[in-house]
Design a protein around this ligand. Sequence first.
Ligand code: XMP
Length: 313
Amino acid sequence: MFDAKEYVNKKLEEIRSILKNVKDEKIVAACSGGVDSTVSALLVSKALNKKIKAVYIEDGLRRIGEAEKVVETLKNLGLDPFIYDARDEVLKALKGKIDAEEKRLAFREAFYKALGNAARKFNAEYVVQGTIAADIFETVKGIKTQHNVLEQIGIKTEKYGFKVLEPIKDLYKWQVRLVARELGLPKEIVERRPFPGPGLAIRIVGEVTWEKLEILKKVTKIVEEETNDLKAFQSFAVLIDAKATGVRDWKRVYGYIVALRIVDSQDAVDAKFVEIPYERFRRIVNRVVREVPEVTRVLYDVTDKPPGTIEFE
Ligand code: XMP
């Protein structure tokens, strides 16, 4: 049985030993606001008994209002947040990329360059990041390249100007949540649903554009509001790379197709789609087509993992 208390004690020792010759101010944490990166940053902060710099890379691919919310949370947890704006570079890197793996690689490159610039700004030698075991498993097996797995596939982060410290790379999600609770993190973070590193870039099938991002952000907000109470590991929307005819005020409209994905899982290695009541579907669809008129169709994905994966790309 996994003992979170014992794990934390051992981990604090391990972190102290890795960083024993590194000055405290040479360490920053990459924080997205998710449970993995928050736990990682807090473990290091606790091990050093110091408020550490928490860099949030604003890539333009997150939820509406995410940066502000995350900064507030990180501050409340005793970290020292800083937003690094990388929206232009990230979108530029994704321009013209259609294939899922190509997009992942382009995102990873732009993300690490931005992280390298942020680390340089603070003269940091080490960047703490929240890689977990499932991320490594998927990347090493070649299922999909998770944005935060580099060392394990032979890429040295030194080329971006820093060394990486991944304190919880031996844990699966359910264990991370137990450690988060052990560290006294609030319920919203302990139970926070995962959001992929490359964000909405992998929830827009095909090329990412500002227009599609704006649409998907609005749909994402509705879907999250309408499904947050469901027992699910993740629930989100995907913008399909195709259009469908609709009718509005007796006029033809040619709009976007959105797929809803609601899955339950323990560790993201496998997942089952959630059987939600039709009444709930109606509510979501009515809101989506009313509040986001660019969308003409809403579909539901009833594929488990395997053979599907949780995300579409
Ligand atoms: P898949 O789509 O492979 O996703 O079934 C498994 C879990 O990982 C999340 N995910 C990512 N997380 N970087 C991340 O930090 C990534 O590149 C990435 N890709 C997928 C996904 O949301 C799910 O929870």
